[in-house]
Design a protein. Structure first.
Length: 446
């Protein structure tokens, strides 16, 4: 600043000297005064020009193109430039943070919608767009109420009690494919709102399944218990002949056996759900699994059918199967025992093991039983699903056999195939993946 003043006075002094020297001799002091005033004006003009250049640069907003200026204006320019640079860096940093924050919100498995104080959409992530069928670009600034017209949501919004969520059907929900969305609103800032959405379809289905399951188990256990209770009461109150007593005791044993089977199938299912995946390095001979199935199937057939079934089992199978042997045997025997229980006496049951061209292998059970109508096929593996309840009860089934098979099949990366023709018979097959199969050199066929 001092240097600026010195320069200003020097400029004026030079102007005064020039005025003094050039003015006619009559009054050189007037010449000096005029020279000094003119020099001051020239100084002011030059200074103004610099200021104008600086102002133009500031107006342009091109921080990098600062004009070459010296002195005070140069200082002002340099300081302004560094302030502007710092501000630019700050805003770049803020924009990066905002972009990162929005990217994080994009990855959220929940839908996120930011609403302004008027309820217009300011931003939404992909999940929310998917949940509500929004277009994340086109629907910005649209009123949420115009896009989401569910009455339950409208009531939730107008009640302004956001302490709980509201569950509504998703806009793409259909009878065949229901979609249930849970929506939470949270107020923040100056009347703004954060909307969070969650797809709770699977959760609600699981909850409904759990309720059905508990109801089914209770029903399945209550029936034999009622029968047992009735017999106990009869034995306690009536004087029966020993023969009759024996008959009642046999019926009681049958009911107890039914409950035992049910509990043991339930335990098997819960073990399957909770245990680690079956090993890939434990190999079991398929022939010995088939032999065990054949032995138990013959015993069962003797028990339930007269004349017995014509049972035929593959022999000489030289394949090993990787997995959990108890699970594999349980799945295979469930299919064989169903064939035995549902095929009328004297019927034919063929159990085969076949290598397939694509490297897989198929375990199949074909029977000449009553067959199953096509509408039942997709539901057969549901727990407690039975085509004919009274018939299933007669045959001593728990309704859990095929559910167990499905679990074992899934756990071993295999596939369950069911084919059936009403009145002609059924064919249940498990297709094992190549990764779980290996052939060993066979010397002896069983
Ligand atoms: P269950 O213990 O009642 O046999 P499953 O889960 O093993 O239960 O089978 C479900 C239903 O599928 C059975 O109730 C029966 O109606 C039908 N089913 C299974 N296997 C056969 C078969 N081989 N022939 C005819 N119906 C079958």
């Amino acid at each position: 600043m001092l240097w600026r003043l010195v320069r200003f006075f020097l400029f004026q002094a030079v102007g005064a000297l020039l005025g003094f020297a050039l003015w006619p001799l009559d009054n050189p002091l007037r010449g000096a005064l005029l020279g000094s005033v003119l020099a001051g004006a020239v100084w002011a003009l030059i200074d103004l020009r610099r200021g104008v250049r600086l102002l133009r640069w500031l107006r342009d907003g091109q921080v990098a193109n600062m004009p070459e200026l010296s002195g005070l204006w140069g200082d002002v320019g340099t300081r302004t430039r560094s302030l502007l640079k710092a501000r630019d860096q700050q805003s770049v940093h803020s924009e990066t943070r905002l972009a990162e924050f929005l990217a994080a919100m994009q990855t959220s498995p929940n839908g996120v919608v930011l609403l302004d104080a008027q309820g217009r959409i300011e931003w939404c992530n992909r999940t929310a767009a998917e949940h509500f069928g929004f277009d994340p670009q086109r629907d910005l600034q649209q009123h949420l109420g115009n896009l989401l017209r569910d009455p339950a949501f409208a009531a939730y919004q107008s009640a302004q009690d956001y302490s709980h969520a509201v569950v509504i059907p998703g806009p793409r929900s259909t009878v065949g494919r229901p979609v249930r969305l849970s929506i939470d609103l949270h107020a923040y800032g100056d009347g703004r709102k954060l909307l969070l959405s969650r797809d709770v379809t699977a959760l609600e289905q699981a909850e409904a399944m759990r309720r059905d399951f508990v109801a089914n188990v209770s029903h399945e256990i209550r029936t034999p218990l009622t029968v047992l209770g009735g017999f106990v009461e009869t034995l306690q109150t009536l004087q029966l002949q020993p023969q009759e007593q024996q008959r009642y005791l046999a019926l009681m044993a049958q009911q107890a056996q039914r409950m035992h089977l049910l509990v043991s199938d339930l335990l098997t299912l819960s073990r399957l759900e909770g245990s680690p995946p079956p090993p890939l390095e434990e190999w079991h001979s398929v022939q010995s699994l088939l032999d065990d199935c054949a032995r138990d199937a013959r015993a069962l057939s003797m028990l339930v059918a007269s004349p017995e079934h014509a049972l035929s089992f593959s022999t000489g199978v030289s394949t090993e199967l990787a997995g959990a042997s108890s699970e594999l045997l349980s799945a295979m025997f469930n299919l064989v025992s169903n064939a035995v229980r549902y095929t009328p006496p004297g019927g034919r049951i063929v159990v085969q093991w076949q290598a397939l061209a694509d490297g897989r292998a198929e375990f199949s059970v074909q029977d000449t039983g009553p067959g199953i109508a096509p509408e039942h096929l997709p539901r057969l593996t549901e727990r407690f699903y039975r085509v004919d309840r009274s018939r299933a009860r007669e045959t001593g089934g728990t309704g859990l056999g095929l559910a167990i098979v499905k679990h074992v099949v899934q756990r071993h990366g295999a596939e369950l195939k069911i084919e059936s023709t009403l009145g002609q018979g059924s064919r249940f097959a498990i297709l094992f993946p190549a990764i779980r199969l290996r052939v060993y050199p066979q010397t002896d066929c069983v």
